[in-house]
Design a binder for this molecule. Structure first.
Ligand code: GTP
Ligand code: MG
Length: 390
């Protein structure tokens, strides 16, 4: 790594080398030539006097470059092969505002009755099929799949909400009309905006005697969530997870959003090796590592070699959201898989790869990178090899 020199600092902050050497002499009581190294703290101090902030730019390690290359190549999709995929919708909002109840209701009215009893709630991600009328014939029923992710509203789960927002296309912000906007409502909106996902508002619990829909709406407007009649483009739906009121409206709103604002994004190539994101993972005594992953591109198949974060293995079993064994999973499908050699982190990317050796190589690079990242927190200052003026 290259140290900061008088010359590079002079260029970065726009101060003549002679003047800079004098300034350094005053600061450190040492003599400086043009190629003399300058320690970062001194350099930063002088830069600040010029209203310039020095930031450390570390050169990428061999491992980081290897991972970057691998990810770029593996994520390359052929735009000719893209086909529509279901929208991924995350339900977010303050604790107890009815997120899980809404999802339960949605699943109950859209999953065949026989299946409902048998649902094993191993994962908090579900595929649902919503039936809509064919706009042309007005009768034939079109089935539209939607993928839902549930997130907890408790304040301790900020990360999970941020993560939820990152893998989704649409965030449904659930606000109980009984409580109105609360801290995690605002936080959820912030996450959705940061992740640049479309927002739909569900004002829930409208059946409750103490529901105050108008007040709730006003509070939402204050967060600049505006419906079209107020100059915005946010869809508002009033729901009750108890009576089922508005559930159909919510599903329609999701499909409208998908059609009007997201049609170009909601595409994937189902005929390529899969990649996606780990939603959660844990160790079990009998099945080993179990990981819920969201397939985002391609189709994941039983027996595939997968790399997930710094872990890899062969997909030994695969279950869908109903707890049923399946052999393959296409785009926007959440699945529970076993077969990984270690527990990945939620948010880790996963890739189906051709060769075990590739998986092992990238997994090792990732492990090294993670290890170094934790060390670098203490040595970052020594790692300067480049200066940039911000
Ligand atoms: P967390 O996951 O803990 O953040 O909560 P949640 O948002 O998933 O809320 P949950 O669905 O668990 O519902 C919380 C409570 O509100 C439960 O007692 C539900 O029965 C009740 N509830 C949810 N939706 C409605 C509704 O539309 N009307 C009424 N009256 N009660 C509701
Ligand atoms: Mg819940």
């Amino acid at each position: 790594t290259l140290p900061i020199t008088v010359r590079s600092l002079s260029e970065a902050i726009g101060m003549k080398t002679g003047e800079l050497s004098k300034r350094l002499l005053k600061e450190t009581s040492q003599l400086y030539g043009n190629n003399s190294p300058v320690d970062f703290e001194t350099a930063a101090l002088i830069a600040v006097e010029k209203n310039i902030e020095l930031i450390v730019k570390r050169q990428k390690t061999a491992e980081e470059l290897l991972i970057e290359d691998f990810e770029r190549l593996t994520r390359e999709v052929d735009s000719e092969k893209l086909r529509p995929r279901p929208p991924v919708v995350t339900i977010m909002g303050h604790v107890d505002h009815g997120k899980t109840s809404l999802l339960d209701k949605i699943r109950r009215s859209n999953v065949a009755a026989g299946e409902v009893g048998g649902i094993t709630q191993v994962i908090r991600a579900w595929s649902v099929t919503h039936k809509i009328e064919d706009p042309e014939t007005g009768e034939k029923v079109i089935e539209r799949p939607i993928t839902f992710l549930d997130t907890p509203g408790h304040e301790a789960f900020t990360k999970m909400r941020a993560r939820g927002a990152n893998v989704t296309d649409i965030a449904v912000i659930v606000v109980a009309a009984t409580d109105g906007v609360m801290p995690q409502t605002e936080e959820a909106v912030a996450h959705a905006r940061a992740a640049d996902v479309r927002i739909i508002v569900a004002i829930n619990k409208v059946d409750a005697p103490n529901a105050n829909v108008d007040r709730t709406r006003r509070q939402l407007y204050n967060l600049e969530l505006l419906p079209d009649d107020m100059g915005g483009d946010i869809q508002f739906v009033e729901t009750s997870a108890l009576t089922g009121q508005g559930i159909d409206d919510l599903l329609n709103a999701i499909l409208i959003e998908a059609e009007i604002n997201l049609a170009d994004d909601l595409q994937a190539d189902p005929d390529r090796p899969a990649f996606g994101t780990c939603l959660e993972a844990y160790m079990t005594s009998d099945e080993g590592v179990m990981a819920t992953v969201l397939v985002q591109q391609g189709t994941l198949k039983l027996g595939d070699i997968v790399l997930c974060g710094a872990n890899f293995g062969r997909v030994r079993s695969m279950q869908n959201d109903l707890g049923l064994s399946i052999e393959e999973a296409g785009p926007s499908t959440p699945v529970l898989i076993t077969g990984l050699g270690g527990v990945p982190n939620a948010d880790d990317p996963f890739y189906a790869v051709d060769e075990l050796t590739t998986a092992a190589k990238i997994a090792e690079a990732r492990e090294k990178k993670d290890r170094e990242a934790s060390l670098n927190r203490f040595t970052a200052v020594k790692d300067i090899d480049m200066l940039s003026a911000a």
